[in-house]
Design a protein around this ligand. Structure first.
Ligand code: NAP
Length: 312
């Protein structure tokens, strides 16, 4: 475990902005941990929270390299960062004490297999001669780095974080997980596995197992299952929330990381004290149409009483 040295004179970008919008501050957590804070969604959650002077935000990062990059990109203070591997069994960093909420944005990250990349490149001349698409992205294969596969990161890592939340007395945990958890044959589960089914894959199944651990933990939680993630802006398209992979029936099943980050932040206030798990995508709206904020969409979804059925 390596903890970045604190620098009292360096504080996060303090503006008068409030990450929770027009939320009553009495319901906002004053100290929030964001794990996977250098990841693409984690960074958006972390960045929005560090801009709120009323919230003490701690980003947890696996490597010093990620911490330096995040600091450069968000201009946060050193005291906003803790370098700690979520699978570590070392002592809990002291800075985390007193945290009221935790947003978990860690995940095993598939990487492109170099062999499949080379094979796809070698096929280009032949494809061109035969009039086919020069480079077929479907030929690319993905895998996980050694020791960084879903059972380790998405199950053991998340269980470690949920246990950590309990030890710290954190009241509310938000997890960014994924849609598709009801279907063991989902394509994403094949990543990391050989054709005979051996290997370390099943990302959605391990994520769902970790979710069940959280559900049984006694903590209050918001589990968010996004559809395909994009890097588009937030607050542009209509948020659609539902449960049990019903949204997979839609042709368009994506959502921007910015919208997911907004839902995470909304969950810290709207979802606080509640135990809810849901799927989310966005639907395009006519230009100029005013869309509900993440806070409004989550609040109206919570009033339906729906939540994921983990018996499916
Ligand atoms: P991402 O950019 O892939 O970030 C994942 C983060 O997890 C990285 O910051 C990585 O750290 C961190 N991490 C991995 N192993 C760790 C460990 N052992 N200790 C500490 N941190 C560790 O995430 P994203 O693409 O924004 O996705 C957010 C979530 O949405 C993920 O759970 C993903 O599975 C899920 N999701 C993705 C899609 C999609 O279309 N991609 C769709 C639905 C749901 P480093 O920065 O150090 O590498």
């Amino acid at each position: 475990m390596l903890i970045l040295k604190l620098s009292l004179c360096m504080v996060g970008v303090a503006t008068n902005a409030n990450a929770f919008g027009d939320m009553k501050m009495s319901f906002s957590p004053s100290k929030v941990i964001v794990t996977g804070a250098a990841g693409r969604t984690g960074k958006l959650v972390f960045s929005a929270l560090t801009k709120d002077p009323k919230v003490e935000t701690l980003g947890i990062l696996r490597t010093e390299k990620s911490a330096i990059k995040l600091r450069k990109e968000t201009k946060c203070g050193l005291d906003n960062l803790v370098v700690w591997d979520i699978t570590s069994t070392g002592d809990i960093p002291k800075q985390m004490e007193g945290s009221e909420a935790m947003v978990i944005c860690t995940s095993a990250v598939p990487v492109i297999s170099k062999t499949s990349m080379v094979t796809s490149m070698l096929k280009i001349p032949l494809n061109l001669i035969s009039g086919k698409k020069a480079f077929n992205f479907r030929d690319l294969k993905f895998k996980y780095k050694p020791g960084q596969y879903p059972e380790k990161v998405d199950y053991e890592g998340q269980v470690a974080q949920i246990d950590l939340a309990k030890k710290l007395g954190v009241e509310h945990v938000v997890i960014v997980s994924s849609m598709g958890g009801t279907d063991p044959s989902n394509f994403l589960n094949t990543i990391g596995k050989s054709e005979d089914g051996s290997g370390n894959g099943d990302i959605l199944l391990w994520k769902r197992k970790a979710e069940k651990y959280l559900v049984e933990s006694g903590l209050s939680y918001t589990i968010i299952h996004p559809g395909g993630l994009t890097d588009g802006p937030g607050d542009v398209n209509e948020l659609v929330l539902d449960v049990d992979d019903e949204l997979l029936k839609n042709e368009k099943r994506s959502i921007s990381r910015a919208d997911v980050a907004n839902l995470c932040i909304a969950a810290l206030t709207e979802g606080r004290g509640k135990k809810v798990s849901f799927d989310c995508i966005t639907r395009e709206t006519a230009e100029g149409t005013k869309v509900q904020s993440a806070k409004e969409a989550l609040s109206s979804f919570l009033s339906t009483g729906k939540t994921t059925n983990y018996d499916l």
